[in-house]
Design a protein around this ligand. Sequence first.
Ligand code: OGA
Ligand code: NI
Length: 350
Amino acid sequence: MAEVAKGLEKLISNGINSKYLTEKYILPLEERPKFSSDESPSESIPIIDLSCVSDGLGRSNIIRQISKASEDYGFFQIINHGVPEDVIQSMLDVAKEFFEMPIENRAKLYSEDPKTEVRVSTSFNFNKSKVQLWRDFVRHPCHPLEDYIDSWPEKPENYREVASKYALEIRALILKLLALLSEGLGLDSGYLNEKFGKHYQTLLTNYYPSCPDPNLTLGLPGHSDPNGITVLLQDEVGGLQVLKDGKWIIVKPEKNALVVNLADQLQVISNGRFKSVEHRAITNSRTSRISIPTFYGPSLDALIGPANELVSKESPAIYRSYTFEEFFDRFFSQELKGKTVLDHFKYFAE
Ligand code: OGA
Ligand code: NI
């Protein structure tokens, strides 16, 4: 079947599929969300105010908060981060419009091959999964911008303009966060920037249609992100949850806040000090939800391993060195499941 036809048939946002929860979306009993017993409704992840980042005392205070959150939760929200409100709002608007425009405009970009750089798809790895996930998505690289912008979606008409502004703002923010995180590890402030080589940045928009029965399926199952650091923008609906001490913490949407999580490469480089924590997306029966993570990390040829400065006799290297490409290939060759990819790069892994 041609890719376009597959897109028309399989995207949940085709106007028909989201009305029925067919067999192929129903998870085995033990993988379902189990809301009442598994959630920790009173806990939340830290909210860190970045407004004083450029004065000396403020900066060291922020570094302390970020490091602590990265060790304890692997997740935090940031406010007063410098990304203008209108850039954030326009990105949310255009992303929603993308999934509400006629299906033909999305199906054109449909692909089930994870190696297709600019693509619309559904679930996670359609051909590797037994059960499909309740989400559609569009993803594309963003850095360097001029190499990619001409391959981005052409519709909605203002998509490229809005998404490129957003991508540049988020990149500038992430470069600041990388400096703060480097310093928090006791390294030079340029350490992570340099380690990431030529850097890569991917913009993903997840669209979770309202779901007939959120008890039986998931938008995304528990997983850690394979890149270096993720900055996620979510709308006001909510559905992101973070694993802490065996329970799922709800990440409450805060207007104009951004959610930051440390991903697998930072767990490796920090030799386990910073945590790349499992998170998931649940669905709801009221309304559709948009989330827009930016995945930022090393370029494929970058050599990744624990920072020499963080390895000692008392704290030996937990992970071996590898090129990021090796890690990435393994991530996309399997189903989305917990932190199983990271384990393959442990020093004494089989
Ligand atoms: C992801 C992710 C969470 C969300 O896309 O990797 O974790 O809230 N998304 O959509
Ligand atoms: Ni994720």
